[in-house]
Design a protein around this ligand. Sequence first.
Ligand code: SF4
Length: 350
Amino acid sequence: MVREALLHERLPGGRVRCHVCQWRCAINPGRVGVCRVRENRDGVLHSLNYGAASSVAADPIEKKPLFHFYPGTSVLSIGGWGCNFHCRDCQNWQIACTDVPDNSQYLPPEEQVRLAVHHGCQGVAWTYNEPAMWFEYTLDSAKLAHENGLYTAYVTNGFMTPEALDMIGPWLDAWRVDLKGFSDELYRKLAQISNWRGILDVAVRAKRRWDMHVEVVTNVIPGWNDDEEQLRGIADWIAAELGDLTPWHVTRFFPMHQLQGVAPTPASTIERAIGIGHAAGLKFVYAGNLRGEDESTVCYSCHRTNVRRVGFQAEVRALRGSACAHCGADLNFRTAEAPGRHSARDSGTQ
Ligand code: SF4
């Protein structure tokens, strides 16, 4: 599972600099980066986790959540080990805040594709921990997935570098990115990240340069990011830079990891966040983790239901390609009929 890493440069004194994520760690010989899964061995950076899987499951794509991306399909969801963030509210800290265990399952890219096909999945998503942590593996796997007609998705904190994005861009169809807040203070306190604004630039690059389908998630945490400044900042930015048809998921927080003492998000806060999204002009704002909430997609133009969702189950009722089958309004969907520029259909030969 140890491979020489991509995207690193040699520095004087046997040090190396990694360029996979925006930490751009300068690593001394014998040491690892912030993520603990990339190590300097004798002046050469190595990935310690190629193919080392922590979790594999066939999920509804709605669970990622990706609502406007091949609705109603199953996706093979794969997680690895390690993370470049150390978020206080991490939902997967058991796999994110640890070294690669000696007995980790090895899942080569070919096996990943075989499992996806075997379980009737139409695509593969790297999720649960930050997918850039096993960049080389997801790159090889994404190429193979496209060659086999499968779509591909990153469920990401968005902190990857532009050059890493450009390397995997031709083989990646969806960028499901977290935006945790909209201030230096929030990112520093919650995720221990100072230069978070690079996340915004890379999300825009994923959409504009690589034509990826982008959806944004904000886990709304009482007392942390539920104020007007954070929520309005995110909503306004999405509308201005990603477009008002970009889905924004505002999800309810439950006590987790280092925030055990914080109460679950009240339903009224999620409703307020949805109102802020709509006020910013966003056409699709969805409530997550809120029991009984209707998360169906309703056309903003003719007000008829396009995709009915109950829990994680989705029933496509009225889509024609990416548009409303009733009135033709663009709903920003990716489907088999409207797969996007760099889809599995046309990038297998690149
Ligand atoms: S992936 Fe990020 S955190 Fe890990 S070594 Fe590279 S720059 Fe550092």
